[in-house]
Design a protein around this ligand. Structure first.
Ligand code: CP
Ligand code: NVA
Length: 304
């Protein structure tokens, strides 16, 4: 049987995604009760990181260990990946020795190329275009705090980046409406926007996006790889901060998420991280539980 991959949210059906989210919640509560689970005993996850990470690395590595398996950190600096060995060759070799491969890289095409010749499931742990693992955690967190997100309004405030793109896919898969407020020139990918046009509304005014929204979400103004644009972006995004005033026009019980790391004083005011509507710390912890669910699903082909 060909391996199932998770390169974007579109690699799963809505039912599979909803089951994953529920399974993540179950794993979270089992883990909190101290229950031992060894569903991935002797299984190995290879983790290829071409960009920095705190949450993704810790959650995948801890997750594999907690399920009885192990994870191996591979950096291009000390593997042949950094010396030009073709991705397709690396994929054949690495996937012949491990049970799943997780990749964080720049071009989305790299994970697609890897998946093409990989015998093992490949997980996109962030590319320039998508960050689907974060959305599993975000959807799990919303559900745990507010129940189904179906029919809700979500406001994306800021850059039309990889996180925004994954929110666009999520709007269709989880059936919510997404208001996207970006400065001119920083809109999400037009093809993706077109493909999901019935679920999303593009605008430039953050207040218009946030009004009566059930969930406000933002992310850094300059993503990894855009460090030299920081100054220009600070100027372009100066009105795109989530702060108490913006939160105040959202729905009364609105939630706030941020995938982290956060730049306090830029996309989010310092006081918002611990605002009563903020579920940012739960969201971060849920990376662990959501990905444990994902690993079980991809490696064992089942959730139980
Ligand atoms: N949110 C997220 O992916 O964080 P890291 O970059 O620390 O992995
Ligand atoms: N958009 C950010 C997300 C970090 C988790 C980046 O790509 O750097």
């Amino acid at each position: 049987m060909a391996a199932r991959h998770f390169l974007t949210l579109n690699d799963m059906t809505t039912t599979e995604l909803e089951n994953l989210v529920d399974h993540g919640t179950k794993l979270r509560s089992e883990w909190r009760q101290g229950k031992v689970r060894d569903s991935l005993k002797n299984r190995v996850l290879a983790m290829i990181f071409e960009k920095s990470s705190t949450r993704t690395r810790v959650s995948f590595e801890a997750g594999m260990t907690q399920l009885g398996g192990s994870a191996m950190f591979l950096s291009p600096r000390d593997t042949q990946l950094g010396r030009g060995e073709p991705i397709e060759d690396s994929a054949i070799v690495i996937s012949s020795m491990v049970d799943a491969v997780m990749i964080r890289t720049f071009a989305h095409e790299t994970v697609e190329k890897f998946a093409k010749t990989s015998r093992a499931p490949v997980i996109n742990a962030l590319t320039d275009d998508f960050h689907p693992c974060q959305l599993l955690a975000d959807m799990q967190t919303y559900r745990e705090h507010r129940g189904s997100i179906r029919g809700a309004t979500v406001a994306w405030i800021g850059d039309g980046n990889n996180m925004c793109h994954s929110y666009i896919n999520a709007a269709t898969q989880f059936d919510f409406h997404l208001n996207i407020a970006t400065p001119e020139g920083y809109e999400p990918n037009p093809e993706l926007v077109k493909a999901h046009s019935s679920r999303i509304t593009l605008m430039q005014e953050p207040a218009e996006a946030a009004r009566n929204a059930n969930l406000l979400v933002t992310d850094v103004w300059a993503s990894m790889g855009q460090e030299d644009e920081q100054k220009a972006r600070e100027k372009a995004f100066s009105n795109y901060q989530i702060n108490p005033a913006l939160m105040g026009i959202a729905a009364k019980d609105a939630l706030l998420m941020h995938c982290l790391p956060a730049h306090r004083g830029e996309e989010i005011s310092a006081d918002m991280i611990d605002h009563p509507g903020s579920v940012i710390w739960d969201e971060a912890e849920n990376r662990l539980h959501a990905q444990k669910a994902l690993l079980e699903f991809l490696i064992l082909n089942r959730l139980d």
